[in-house]
Design a protein around this ligand. Structure first.
Ligand SMILES: [Mn+2]
Length: 448
């Protein structure tokens, strides 16, 4: 009879859930009290029978037999490969840590940005963990709409971690969000309490942000750009966990975040990108959303060809209609050096389809179309207190939008914002959005 070692004990309302490691991983509920590292067998009635007491070391070896870690595979694109090469030690160590925690039954909280990039990364990690062991009662998935990892989220994670006693330490995994000063309080608590966090992101890093976080991985710290995308990074990470292939999701994440490395001709990946973006961004199309925003549901949809095509067609119809309306109603201004500036009030295009597409994503889609007509274009979308700006890559040398935003921030109290040289955003908290917009346009050389 096969023997197993108890590697985790989760307290539940009326019983305990034991994780057993041996020739495979088992999750067995029982009302009886066993201890960590007890050596046990399973009866035909799925009951745990005590054999003796094993050791922490033997348990660690059993975990290691299932949580084998795979070497990173080389990437064809040289620029991506160069950055990935520099991160690979860290990625492989983090993958090993997560695989071991997962196999042991330790609590794992995985938080990912609720968009196509974040969702494709989370989905890759989901597939990787499933390949190690199908059922995952110790993993909690949370789609995040905010840009920050908040104190509230932190305390919720601590609570989730606290009702389980496990051979490996609990893990917090953050994908594609949270790198921002708004996360500082929670990050300080992570450092203070010594929480194990694996953080895969590609957003601009505030000074000192990653200090003391062993598995904070961001291509920007390795000579890379945001175009690497967090989803792509999470796919590499996932491949190291269990050797799965994630080519489709890699490509989808690059397309979804409009990366310069995106292969726009990859129609299958474009479909996945659009659909993941749709189901994570939509709010009111309950007819299309029949499940929670977790990877098992994403997997169900993208593996159902009919459903995938149906949502893809609908999402594209909405995008096309909104983009065409935007082009029709855009106010056009001539800026400096022959630049064309297109300004759209999102209220005008969005009222028909509340929820999808969100304004930031919409400005990227609208800009794609405008740019195809004029490669020296700027697209500005305003919505309530926010202004979203997209700038064609060919003119970012002439138009330093981040400098413009900084000077407006310096002049106005209650204005925040930033971003990249080709995609930036401004938030106006003092009610003067019209004035801020006028100053932004004047900075670009428009006569307003
Ligand atoms: Mn992203």
């Amino acid at each position: 009879m096969d023997t197993y070692i108890i590697s985790a004990i989760k307290e539940r309302v009326s019983d305990r859930l034991y994780t057993l490691v041996g020739k495979c991983v088992l999750h067995v509920p029982s009302k009886a009290a066993f201890s960590l590292y007890d050596s046990v067998t399973i009866s035909n009635e799925n009951e745990i029978r005590l054999v003796g007491h094993s050791s922490k070391r033997a348990c660690s070896i059993a975990i290691g037999k299932i949580a084998k870690v795979y070497k990173r595979k080389a990437i064809e694109n040289e620029e991506l490969e160069e950055v990935a090469k520099k991160m690979e030690g860290k990625i492989e160590r983090a993958a090993k840590g997560l695989a071991r925690a997962y196999v042991s039954g330790a609590p794992i909280s995985i938080r990912f940005h609720s968009d196509g990039d974040g969702a494709s990364g989370a989905l890759a990690v989901y597939y990787a963990l499933s390949a190690l062991s199908k059922s995952m009662p110790s993993v909690r998935w949370e789609a995040q709409h905010s840009i920050a990892y908040t104190l509230e989220a932190f305390y919720s994670d601590i609570g989730f971690f606290s009702n389980c006693n496990s051979a490996e330490k609990p893990k917090l995994v953050i994908i594609d969000f949270g790198t921002s000063p708004e996360s500082n309080e929670a990050v300080n608590e992570i450092r203070k309490k010594g929480i194990d966090v694996i953080w895969l992101d590609h957003h601009q890093i505030p000074k000192g942000f990653s200090k003391g976080l062993k598995a904070y991985i961001n291509p920007l710290e390795y000579g890379g750009e945001s175009d690497f995308t967090a989803g792509y990074l999470a796919c590499i990470f996932a491949e190291c966990i269990s050797g799965i292939k994630t080519d489709l999701l890699k490509s989808a994440s690059l397309i979804s975040d409009s990366s310069i490395y995106a292969n726009k001709k990859d129609a299958d990946a474009a479909k996945v990108a659009t659909v993941l973006d749709f189901i994570t961004g939509v709010k009111k199309y309950t007819g299309y959303i029949a499940g929670p925003l977790v990877p098992s549901y994403f997997a169900k949809i993208i593996e159902d060809k009919e459903k995938l095509d149906e949502i893809n067609a609908y999402a594209n119809m909405v995008i096309d209609d909104m983009v065409n309306t935007g082009i029709k109603i855009a106010k056009r201004h001539a800026g400096k050096d022959g630049i064309e500036i297109n300004v759209v009030d999102f209220e005008e295009v969005g009222k028909k389809y509340s929820g999808y597409v969100l304004p930031g994503r919409y400005s990227s889609k609208l800009h794609e179309k405008i740019e195809a007509m004029n490669p020296k274009s700027v697209t500005v979308v305003s919505f309530k207190n926010s202004i979203s700006i997209r700038i064609s890559r060919g003119i970012t040398k002439k138009l330093d939008i981040l400098k413009g935003i900084d000077s407006i921030k310096a002049e106005h109290e209650g204005v925040t914002g930033g971003g990249h040289e080709s995609a930036a955003g401004v938030l106006v908290w003092n009610g003067n959005i019209k004035e801020v917009l006028r100053e932004l346009l004047a900075y670009m050389g428009a006569k307003v």
